[in-house]
Design a binder for this molecule. Structure first.
Ligand code: FES
Length: 207
């Protein structure tokens, strides 16, 4: 090979790349990966924050609602109809809503009974406010006389909120948990009862 040929061969040889030099393919790969990571963070970070938010909040489900009631406002003979502002903390919402319940004393505990019929959810009435269905003279069963009436499909409940055997209501009125704090009743979440265990009441004694 002459001198001229040797020179030409050298000129046509592609330059050797530096090991640190990015190829176009690598560059595009990095750009796409970075863009993907940014977009994933943008989309999923708010979702993760939204999902764990209830875990960070104080006073979640089951929090107590203060009332103006004292134990002395209630008796062992008939339920007393009272209202309060219920503080509701569900998973992502916190709000106050008006509510009303019926309260009677049994076995040295309050039975704070929901007004919601266990058939399809209508508002039951105490017999004192519903003369057409005042049935307090009916024979007692399950520890009490008929007293509540549901106007939707005629379910009846006794003074302890226990559904009569012929009612469409499938179970007693729900009870509320409570605590007595500084002499005032604080209302918690509801407890479902069964007919067989209608006097189940895990709340604290009132004296
Ligand atoms: S909703 Fe009360 S009896 Fe049907």
């Amino acid at each position: 090979m002459d001198r001229k040929s040797a020179t030409l061969d050298t000129e046509n040889t592609p330059p050797v790349k530096s090991r640190k030099e990015l190829t176009r393919r690598q560059f595009l790969t990095y750009v796409l990966a970075g863009t993907g990571a940014f977009m994933a963070t943008t989309i999923f970070a708010p979702l993760v924050t939204f999902a764990v938010d209830p875990l960070r909040r104080e006073g979640g489900t089951g929090g107590l609602s203060a009332t103006t009631w004292r134990v002395s406002d209630f008796n062992t003979n008939l339920p007393t109809h009272v209202s309060f502002t219920e503080h509701v903390d569900d998973a992502w919402n916190s709000h106050d809503t008006p509510n009303d319940v019926y309260v009677i004393i049994k076995d040295n505990k309050l039975m704070i009974m929901s007004h919601v019929c266990t058939h399809l959810g209508c508002h039951v009435n105490g017999s004192y406010s519903d003369a057409a269905h005042k049935v307090s003279a009916q024979p007692s069963y399950n520890g009490g006389k008929d007293w509540f009436h549901c106007p939707c499909h005629n379910s009846m409940y006794n003074i302890y909120g226990v559904n009569t055997p012929t009612s469409p209501a499938p179970r007693p009125l729900d009870l509320y948990e409570y605590q007595i704090i500084n002499g005032y009743v604080h209302v918690g979440k509801t407890i479902q009862r069964t007919d067989a265990a209608w006097d189940y009441n895990p709340n604290p004694s009132i004296s």
